[in-house]
Write a protein that binds this ligand. Sequence first.
Ligand SMILES: Cc1cc2nc3c(=O)[nH]c(=O)nc-3n(C[C@H](O)[C@H](O)[C@H](O)COP(=O)(O)OP(=O)(O)OC[C@H]3O[C@@H](n4cnc5c(N)ncnc54)[C@H](O)[C@@H]3O)c2cc1C
Length: 325
Amino acid sequence: MSAEASYDIAIIGAGPAGLYAAYYAGFRGLRTVLLDGLPQVGGQISTMYPEKLIHDVAGFAAIKGADFVAGLLEQSRRQDYDLKLEETVSEMVKEGDAYRLTTESGLTFQAKSAVIAAGLGRCEPRSLPALDGVSSSNIMHFVPDLSVLNDKDVVIAGGGDSAVDWALAAETRAKSVTIIHRRPRFRAHERSVEEMKNSSVKIIAPGEVLGYRKEGDAEILTVRDDAVGNVDLPFGKFIMALGFVSDLGAMGTWGLGIDGFRIPVKPDMETQLPRVFAIGDVSEYPGKVRLMSVGFGEAAIAVNHAAAAINPGMSVLPGHSTNEA
Ligand SMILES: Cc1cc2nc3c(=O)[nH]c(=O)nc-3n(C[C@H](O)[C@H](O)[C@H](O)COP(=O)(O)OP(=O)(O)OC[C@H]3O[C@@H](n4cnc5c(N)ncnc54)[C@H](O)[C@@H]3O)c2cc1C
């Protein structure tokens, strides 16, 4: 198979660490491609907590997850790089001095170095068996824009932080909000659960979604409510906030020495493969702290070392960004 394009650096994963690495690679003048299997950038922030406030990233006293991702994307886009979404990298093999990456859709890329910023790995949202084969634009796993919930009867399935956060976010704008959880106790943050209990959100717990049907334009869930028996629940939007199944998948066969869910790295973030680096949640070394602020530092370390490794004329230490135009 002939390679589609060749790059200095391929970054796998467009979560916060990967986005910042893309900015930094551009800052170092490296020809860069950034790949993610999901249809949107932002990794865990976009999939799990776009509406939550983040308090511990440098420079912001508090910033909404979605706004932080927008800022990371805007910053990275000041550099010129290729962004390929809905492209899960399934294979990476060494060919001479470069690596050939292949995605599940069959695209191939050559890169002199790679930065793996795969976080928890490829993420697939969990679905309800009762809805197998059902396709409706009103059923979703996460809400890209809260305004789609305006004046709707919103039903949410799930008992964790995401489910409760969506319920609280929907409550101020939806016509009604019902949350269904299989157990009596929610796993979410206690303060959020208390807030939900004191709100207008209707709670069905224990309860379970048993089926779905359409009657004309109306979409209806059949729900087992342990308090009253089976009930019909018409909905305008149904959010399945049941968490994600994630795994590093094919990466286990790339020769990275993966230990469980993590890729061991040296102090310069290089893995056991030459010029292949790992950063963010996926990387592992003694003393590792899994926080975004740490991942940003690792991105700068990895990209600067990659720059020097692929071009011995380049220094590991970059100039200061304040010297840029
Ligand atoms: C509810 C919640 C709240 C949090 N709050 C905070 C907080 O306040 N402060 C903080 O610092 N951290 C917080 N975190 C943790 C933080 O979100 C993670 O540390 C951070 O997202 C890790 O970034 P990352 O870029 O390493 O990986 P991720 O965000 O996991 O992104 C990895 C990306 O790689 C992609 N990917 C994986 N494998 C492939 C492949 N083979 N091909 C293509 N793409 C691939 C995935 O699709 C994903 O988009 C929170 C996490 C959760 C769940």
